[in-house]
Design a protein around this ligand. Structure first.
Ligand code: SAM
Length: 244
């Protein structure tokens, strides 16, 4: 198993900032890449595909469009995008963790373009894409503002953007729901020998931007018509908007 804590930086991954977080996150995903899809299905009780479909619907993809899936990982968003843009479309997945992309490569081969790259420094020219999806990616990026302005940079004016990520459940059910997620998810991770990675998931959700903060950050980065919608008792939230 990849070592994610070092004597010089004994903090758990979810408490790290900046470069220390970036590197620990990359190592963590490299470690869980082979089991990522299976564990994802278990911890989402099989609903993750439904949320991805909802995200793709929210940005109204059209045949022939050019779409970037940021933080693409094992490529779980890609079939949903491909189904909408069809043969004439151009689908690109980018991720900074090569072992995650290697899993995607085994599924999609040459049907999509998969590139190693960081969300805060995308290897694309300005105004390259009609639309962009991000699934459970932004929470992991140390510099969220920079990732959002990169997203805006590579989208064409009028380009649509959607992100789905963990969120803090609200209302009466909030504390119970958060407790359940914070207890069950690490237990599932433990079964797969990945306790730290699946403790990181609920812990990082607690530290991630709130719904309103993420909306404000998207607007500041250059998106308009920003909306959000909760799923799974508010443990998951989707934000979408249009590049001005
Ligand atoms: C939880 S996985 C999500 C994968 C996929 N989007 C999905 O829906 O299942 C998060 C992915 O974000 C990637 N990631 C995290 N930080 C990143 C960064 N700064 N730049 C690019 N990719 C990053 C990780 O390597 C990982 O593959």
């Amino acid at each position: 198993m990849t070592k994610v804590k070092t004597p010089s930086d004994p903090q758990p991954i979810w408490q790290r900032e900046g470069e220390a977080k970036r590197e620990a996150v990359r190592e963590m995903f490299a470690d869980i890449a082979p089991t990522y899809d299976r564990v994802n299905t278990i911890v989402s009780t099989g609903q993750d595909e439904k949320w991805r479909r909802a995200a793709v619907e929210a940005i109204n993809l059209q045949p022939g469009e050019s779409v970037l899936d940021l933080c693409s990982g094992t490529g779980a968003f890609l079939p949903h995008i491909m189904a909408k843009v069809g043969e004439a479309g151009l689908v690109t997945g980018v991720d900074f963790c090569a072992p995650m992309l290697a899993e995607a490569k085994t599924k999609f081969g040459e049907k999509v373009s998969l590139q190693v790259g960081d969300a805060t420094e995308l290897p694309f020219q300005a105004e390259s894409f009609d639309a962009m999806t991000v699934g459970w990616g932004l929470r992991n990026v140390p510099d969220l503002d920079r990732a959002l302005s990169e997203a805006a940079r590579v989208l064409k004016p009028g380009g649509r953007f959607v992100t789905v990520d963990m969120a803090r459940p609200r209302g009466l059910i909030g504390p119970i729901s958060e407790w359940a997620c914070g207890t069950i998810v690490p237990l599932v991770g433990r079964v797969f020998g990945k306790t730290e990675a699946y403790t990181y998931l609920p812990k990082s959700a607690q530290r991630f931007a709130s719904r309103e903060e993420l909306t404000a950050k998207m607007e500041k980065a250059g998106f308009s018509d920003v909306q959000f919608k909760d799923f799974y008792f508010g443990n998951i939230c989707m934000h979408w908007g249009v590049k001005k």
